[in-house]
Unconditional design. Structure first.
Length: 188
């Protein structure tokens, strides 16, 4: 198994910590304005994109899927810079982009569930997820002011949960690197 990612577990943990801090700040201060949140989101996206690009470049020889990481990092940088340069337009565009995404996801989840009902039971859960996605997408389009608050909470929740997962992954990679006799274990 390639040990390039476990060897650099610290970058993954750092990305996770940034996500958790961003998520907690979003929930701890609900009076935060959308403009401040958009700027914070832009900074988060920029930093996350930079870390992803650095990881992709550093591991391009040892990681077979480094191009996907690089593309995701570049997208994060572009979104972050755009958000920081034009936050008002970004806030409105982001709201409608998220609403459109939720509508598309909702319809595709329902269509997938209809196809899956011939293969598995319990497809109703995917239908329910699709219906909830559609309802939230319609809510965002019909009530943009309330939708902005919902976006604030969803982005904070996303950053928090993703951050926890990245921290857990980084800690697990650290343990793997130490237990496998990898570079971390050899340095000890």
């Amino acid at each position: 198994m390639d040990d390039a990612l476990p060897r650099n577990w610290g970058w993954i943990v750092l990305r996770g910590v940034v996500g958790v801090v961003f998520g907690l700040l979003t929930f701890m201060d609900p009076s935060i304005t959308l403009a401040v949140l958009v700027i914070a989101f832009g900074a988060y996206s920029l930093v996350d994109g930079l870390f992803a690009v650095i990881a992709a470049i550093v591991h391009r020889r040892s990681e077979p899927h480094w191009v996907a990481l690089l593309i995701g990092g570049i997208a994060g940088i572009i979104i972050g810079v755009s958000t920081l340069l034009i936050p008002a337009i970004t806030a409105t565009f982001l709201l409608y982009l998220i609403a459109f995404w939720m509508l598309v996801i909702g319809f595709t989840e329902i269509a997938t569930a209809i196809r899956l009902r011939k293969v598995i039971t319990g497809e109703w859960m995917l239908v329910l997820a699709g219906v909830l996605s559609i309802l939230l997408g319609l809510f965002l389009v019909s009530r943009p002011a309330l939708g902005a608050i919902a976006v604030v909470l969803w982005i904070g929740a996303y950053a928090f949960v993703t951050g926890i997962l990245l921290i857990a992954l980084g800690v697990r990679m650290r343990s793997w690197a130490r237990g496998s006799g990898g570079p971390t274990a050899q340095a000890a």
